[in-house]
Design a protein around this ligand. Sequence first.
Ligand code: AMP
Length: 215
Amino acid sequence: MLRAVLLGPPGAGKGTQAVRIVEKYDIPHISTGDIFRANIKQGTELGKKAQEYMNAGQLVPDELVVDLVKDRLLQDDCKNGFLLDGFPRTIFQAEQLDKFLEENGQKMDIVINFNVAKETLMARLTGRRVCKSCGASYHIINIPPKQEGICDTCGGALEQRKDDNAETAENRINVYDEQTAPLIGYYKESGVLADFDGELPLDEIFNQIVETIGA
Ligand code: AMP
């Protein structure tokens, strides 16, 4: 049983660690960004509403996000926990999540917070490539695929996320500083925050996370 949140600026490595954490603890990975991107791909109403905010590097309005996450957390596979990635992103979302957990007799076990310098974030975001088919994440310099432009795992084509260009990436980092960074204090106060150095090698960060949570 593990109920956890990944917190950190865009490019901090949340998605990368998420893949490992959900495998180890056998819990669902709930990424609001992934949910929105899937909706955009499918052309749903929600996707249409979210798209312009995402392309500008702005947050999608709270009212489009909170109910979506609550519905997801009520699904059967979340009975033994979950890993939230990219949610909450505002104090309002965090309060709504706490309220929801309390109403359901649950509580957050840990908020895993990644600290990374801004220059590192920009280099990571602009160099990121993701697989069109399976969503696996690469970096042109730090984590290159074996064959350029092709996913190691499924052979799918790699592409750049629309919001990973320099201008939008910078906006996203600023939006994080203004709207999401206050969550660090919020969760510190409730005693669930655990800080990690997001610039360490991936395996090392993962080992530290497991050490903190327990095997
Ligand atoms: P991510 O994949 O987490 O980087 O999210 C990509 C984009 O989706 C963000 O820049 C926002 O526009 C939107 N988004 C994802 N999660 C949230 C959230 N919890 N609240 C508001 N917008 C979100």
